[in-house]
Design a binder for this molecule. Structure first.
Ligand SMILES: Nc1ncnc2c1ncn2[C@@H]1O[C@H](COP(=O)(O)OP(=O)(O)OP(=O)(O)O)[C@@H](O)[C@H]1O
Ligand SMILES: [Mg+2]
Length: 630
């Protein structure tokens, strides 16, 4: 059984792959989710920055509005002083003189100037617009801002420059509250260093932020103060101010050159005026905090994802380990089962093969046994009558010799026989008869001898019933087999007689099953004859022959070699020779069992060897070796 540390490399690879895919998967999913949530966050943060910008414009606008209303308030406070107004009314009506109204006016204006530092000078005009009193910095005549006669409101001019200082001119009408008549006008010169301080306060606007305040007159924008970084205000900034004044509403304009957004402009109008405040800032600078925040958030998310993925990997490892160990065990069990089944199948196949062989052998044995019995029966039946003939031939020859001798004696002693005897002797050609009769008997004896030999061979061959091992003369077995095959050796119309050449050595008796051994000789010899029959004999110069040689070989083995000069066996066929049912002969002619049974008999039953030596066109030799001491 394998341990955790010891499972096969492919399992380790599998585990690594599993964890890798899992980690990559969870990383990808987390990354997508993070990206999906970071984009709205990014937009939100950008909006926030834009709102901040608008708020910065708004606070400046409010301060400017406060400044303006304070200037107007101060002016109104001065104009609303009753004593001064009455003096002016009396002067307008000619009831008091110029010196009187001037003295009082100067006194009043000086007091007013003392009360606030923002005023640089005041000029008082009478109802006809002529100067009656003047304190502080004198205001040039062309800058004296007189509100229209119907207007009760103070008027504020654009910033002007006097002795290289910037001022606002506020023209406040002096009104009689009961008659609502214009009595005169006070023109105040307001220092705008305070306003400029407010506008040019760049805190929170980074390095590129520009704040301006301007007024629109006849479609032209007039800026009040110089810019911080730029010499001229950008066209988009001026456009934004124009639009703001025209619409009276705050604007947020995104400026772009080409396809790239470069700057953001926020504007807001100043109430009751043609003025507007604008802030322009470089886009990158405006959004820099957003980007910084995003980088931090992104890093945090990546860190979290990595942490999460790491956690997943850590969690998954032991699980994958266990799963893989389990898988390995399963696979091992599977392998064992497969092995078992394979073994079983192999056993079954072997058993089937053995069964088949046993069956074929039984059939063959049966056939041989039947043949043996038949032969044994025939031999027995022929043996009896042949014995009569054979047993009587010798006495018959003796009797014939005696009778011939007697006839010869008669002829010698009675040279003149009776004419009847003489004619009978002539008729039967006695002289020839006497000469031929012994020859005839002798040839009969030869015939009887032959019959006896055949019967003996038949009996030899049919020793199938002898199931036990016997000490056998191998040559006798070969000879009796040849005897049975005699008819197949004979001359045929398409070929001469097959010549059998025997080269027998002196052999001891060999322990074996004689019937089975004869069966082997029979199979091999029949194959040899079949092979020779196959040849086209007209073209052959050599006569067909089978050489049978015996010898006592190594380790006292008896070797029997049966060699024919037939067509030989091709090499591919040689490998299958001893397989059951292998045959090259036409259907019905060969069963393909001859050699397989012979092999079994020699190798399995006798512990010997059977092999074939053959090359095409050089004939075939089968070598049988039987141990002598088995
Ligand atoms: N002496 C030989 N010369 C050439 N071929 C041979 C010789 N002996 C055997 N063979 C080849 O070996 C094959 C197998 O022989 P085997 O005796 O086993 O079967 P078979 O002769 O075909 O059939 P069966 O003997 O059962 O009638 C033969 O078909 C033949 O091709
Ligand atoms: Mg055969």
């Amino acid at each position: 059984m394998k341990t955790n540390r010891n499972y096969p490399t492919n399992s380790q690879q599998l585990q690594r792959l599993l964890i890798l895919y899992w980690a990559l998967g969870s990383f990808a999913i987390s990354a997508v989710v993070a990206l999906m949530s970071i984009i709205p966050l990014y937009n939100q943060l950008k909006k926030q920055e834009e709102r901040n910008l608008q708020f910065a414009v708004h606070t400046r606008t409010m301060t400017v509005e406060q400044f303006l209303s304070r200037a107007k308030d101060i002016a109104e406070q001065i104009t609303s002083r009753t004593k001064g107004r009455q003096q002016l009314e009396q002067y307008n009506q000619g009831r008091i003189g110029m010196s009187e109204v001037a003295a009082f006016g100067t006194q009043l204006l000086t007091d007013a100037m003392k009360r606030t530092e923002d005023i640089a000078g005041i000029t008082r005009l009478d109802g006809a617009g002529a100067v009656v009193a003047r304190v502080g910095l004198p205001i040039p005549t062309e800058l004296l801002l007189v509100p229209p006669i119907a207007s009760f409101e103070a008027l504020v001019s654009h910033p002007i420059e006097l002795q290289s200082e910037s001022y606002l001119v506020v023209g406040a009408p002096i009104i009689n509250p009961t008659s609502l008549q214009r009595v005169g006008t006070d023109i105040l010169l307001f220092k705008i260093t305070g306003l400029q301080r407010i506008i040019t306060d760049y805190t929170g606007l980074g390095e590129t932020g520009e704040t301006i305040i301007g007024a629109v007159n006849n479609n032209e924008v007039q800026l009040f103060f110089p810019l911080r970084n730029q010499v001229r205000a950008s066209a988009s900034m001026l456009g934004a101010i124009e639009k703001t004044v025209a619409s009276g509403e705050a604007q947020l304009v995104k400026v772009s050159t080409g396809s790239e957004e470069t700057a953001i402009v926020a504007t807001e109008p100043i109430k009751n005026s043609n003025w507007a405040v604008a802030i322009e800032i470089d886009r990158r600078e405006l959004y820099a905090p957003v980007n910084r925040q995003l980088v931090i958030v992104g890093m945090a998310i990546v860190f979290m994802i990595l942490l999460g993925t790491g956690g997943v990997v850590l969690l998954l490892r032991p699980l994958a380990d266990r799963a893989i160990v389990h898988m390995d065990e399963l696979e091992e069990k599977n392998q064992e089962k497969i092995q078992e089944v394979t073994n079983l199948l192999a056993e079954k196949t072997v058993a089937l093969e053995e069964l088949k062989q046993a069956q074929t052998q039984l059939v063959q044995n049966d056939k041989m046994a039947a043949l043996g019995q038949l032969i044994a029966g025939v031999a027995h039946e022929i043996n009896n009558p042949t014995s009569f003939i054979y047993g009587n031939i010798d006495p018959a020859t003796e009797y014939a010799d005696d009778l011939i001798e007697l006839i010869k004696l008669y002829a010698q002693h009675y040279p003149q026989p009776h004419p009847e005897i003489e004619s009978a002797a002539a008729r039967m050609d006695l002289e020839f008869l006497l000469a031929d009769f012994p020859k005839l008997l002798a040839s009969m004896k030869v015939g009887a001898d032959r019959i006896k030999e055949i019967v003996q061979s038949l009996r030899n061959f049919s020793r199938l019933d002898e199931a036990e091992m016997k000490q056998v003369d191998v040559h006798e077995g070969i000879d009796s087999t040849l005897m049975i095959l005699e008819s197949r050796l004979k001359e045929k119309p398409d070929r001469p007689r097959i010549e059998i050449i025997k080269e027998y050595s002196k052999l001891p008796l060999v322990p074996c099953y004689p019937g089975q051994l004869n069966q082997v000789f029979m199979n091999i010899l029949v194959n040899a004859i079949d092979a020779i029959d196959e040849l086209n004999h007209q073209e052959l110069s050599q006569p067909s022959k089978i050489l049978i040689s015996t010898s006592l070989g190594e380790s006292d083995r008896v070797a029997i070699k049966i060699k024919d000069n037939g067509p030989g066996i091709p090499e591919i066929v040689q490998n299958s020779l001893f397989e059951p049912f292998f045959t090259t002969k036409p259907v019905g002619k060969g069963t393909g069992l001859g050699l397989s049974i012979s092999y079994q008999i020699i190798v399995d039953r006798h512990g010997g060897q059977l092999r074939c030596v053959s090359s095409p066109d050089a004939g075939t030799e089968f070598v049988i070796e039987i141990p002598q001491g088995s």
